[in-house]
Design a binder for this molecule. Structure first.
Ligand SMILES: [Fe+2]
Ligand SMILES: [Fe+2]
Length: 210
């Protein structure tokens, strides 16, 4: 049975609401659960909170990107691949949110904007075909992997509990990029990578603060 476009868009809107209004699933474990929470100064707590807020927003963007791509994906295998990746990113979203709760910090107030922005990028990428769409996945995951390393270098020494979450996320993002490459993703032109990096910088600047 073919779903009508209206039904698909309504399902998409429901997905959007679920991500934006997401509350942490406290029954779920995060990769740092077995590591004792460190004693952090107020300043360190705010800094780690800012970084985890960036990572949480990054996962909101990942959900939106994959959902936008999956909605318009040209073939069923690509659609299934993207939905599976989105499900894994949902775990990351939850882990970041759990750690923010532990730190007494909130998620970014700008998540609605970033979801919309990434959903549009995902939709445009899908419009150019599955190879381009996978190309966006490869580049996004590479950039995320690199900023996760920056965060690990920054807080790994004094917050091993957050670091364990980031390390597992980094391993997953590397795998997502490799899977997208194996599925036929192309290397994006340098100017597009440059713009993506600029937008990601803006997201990090804003989400660290609000
Ligand atoms: Fe992720
Ligand atoms: Fe990923």
């Amino acid at each position: 049975m073919t779903e009508t476009l209206t039904n698909r868009l309504m399902t998409e809107f429901d997905r959007f609401l679920k991500v934006i209004n997401h509350v942490s699933d406290v029954s779920a474990k995060h990769p740092g659960d077995n590591i004792k929470a460190p004693q952090l100064s107020e300043q360190q707590k705010q800094h780690v909170g800012g970084l985890m807020r960036i990572n949480h927003t990054g996962e909101v963007c990942a959900q939106a990107l994959y959902n936008g791509q999956a909605l318009w994906a040209k073939d069923a295998d690509t659609h299934a691949h993207l939905r599976q990746a989105a499900a894994e990113e949902h775990d990351h979203l939850n882990w970041c949110q759990l750690r923010l709760d532990e730190l007494g910090e909130s998620v970014s107030q700008t998540n609605v904007f970033w979801y919309a922005h990434s959903f549009v990028i995902g939709s445009v990428a899908a419009f150019f075909g599955d190879a381009v769409s996978y190309g966006f996945v490869i580049e996004t995951e590479r950039q995320v992997e690199s900023h996760l390393q920056d965060h690990l270098d920054d807080i790994g020494g004094h917050d091993p509990r957050s670091a364990a979450i980031l390390k597992q996320m980094q391993l997953d993002e590397i795998r997502h990029a490799e899977n997208a490459q194996a599925a036929g993703g192309i290397e994006l032109p340098e100017p597009i990578k440059f713009v993506m990096a600029g937008l990601s910088k803006l997201m990090k600047y804003v989400s660290y603060r609000i």
